[in-house]
Structure formats: C-alpha cells, structure tokens
Ligand binder design. Structure first.
Ligand SMILES: [Zn+2]
Ligand SMILES: [Zn+2]
Length: 148
C-alpha cells in the first residue's frame, strides 16, 4: 500500500517536472495525466492529498489562479525556494525565483514601513518576464498555453 502511494507520488512529480513551466489545478492534473498514463492515474482525492504533501515538502508551489479562488500548482526546485519570493509571468506562465537578498530587502521594507509581515511562501508577484516584455502584443493569459 505504501509502495503504491510512492509510485503515484512519483508519477505526479514526474509529470510536474516534465511540465515545469506550467501551473495546474488538481482537476487539470488528473485530466492531463490521464491522457498520458491512462487508468493508472490516481483519483482526484488522492492527487489532492499527494500534491498537498509535495507543497509541504517544498517541491511544489501553490498559488491562486488569476482572480479566481482556485489554487494552481507548479513544481519548484528544492528547499532553497523557501527563502525567497517568486514572480509569475502572466505572458508565458513561467515561475521565476527572486534573488534571496532582493527578496529579504523587499520584505524588510514592507515590514518596517507598514508593520506588516509578508508570508513569503504564499506570496507570488504577478507580472511580465523580460522575454515577454520585449514581445509586442503579448496577450495576458492566466496560463502559458502557448508553450509546448
Ligand atoms: Zn524559488
Ligand atoms: Zn514570460
């Protein structure tokens, strides 16, 4: 049983690693994985449980999708990601890592000017990456559907 769960978790993280530029809702994940792996894909409730574990472990980052209240999930690299803020490009959907030092300075500035302590892990800055900024007429997409 435990082994079975490990396999499912590996399937999930393999899928996310292969699509590291994309963020998915749990429903999307199940649907896309089913196209790839067929009936072996765990049920929605299991995927939800597994992804929650991955978020706790720091492998996956969770954020709110656009203006909705739905959560989307995307893989991030390693423990290190707990010590800086992230930036999400609304043009291509990529998640970028803010420099640790810049991140600290920013949070410190907010704390000292507004007596407000930002939750680093939950906060994602939305905007446009350098590559998308240079492209004229990039439509603002919630997700980078255009990339592979
Ligand atoms: Zn990071
Ligand atoms: Zn971009």
């Amino acid at each position: 049983m435990a082994e079975y769960r490990t396999e499912q978790k590996k399937m999930l993280s393999d899928f996310l690693k292969a699509n590291r530029d994309q963020a998915y809702t749990v429903e999307d994940l199940v649907e896309k994985m089913r196209e790839l792996y067929g009936e072996n894909v765990p049920a929605l409730s299991t995927v939800y449980r597994l992804i929650t574990r991955l978020v706790e472990e720091g492998t996956v980052k969770r954020f709110v999708k656009g203006h909705s209240r739905r959560f989307v999930y995307q893989i991030v690299e390693g423990e290190h990601c707990r010590s800086h803020l992230h930036m999400k490009c609304i043009g291509c959907g990529r998640l970028l890592h803010l420099d640790d030092r810049v991140s600290d300075e920013l949070l410190y500035a907010v704390r000292s000017s507004s007596q407000f302590s930002v939750n680093e892990e939950e906060t994602v800055l939305f905007g446009q990456c350098a590559a998308c900024d240079r492209k004229p007429g990039v439509e603002k997409q919630e997700r980078g559907e255009k990339r592979k």
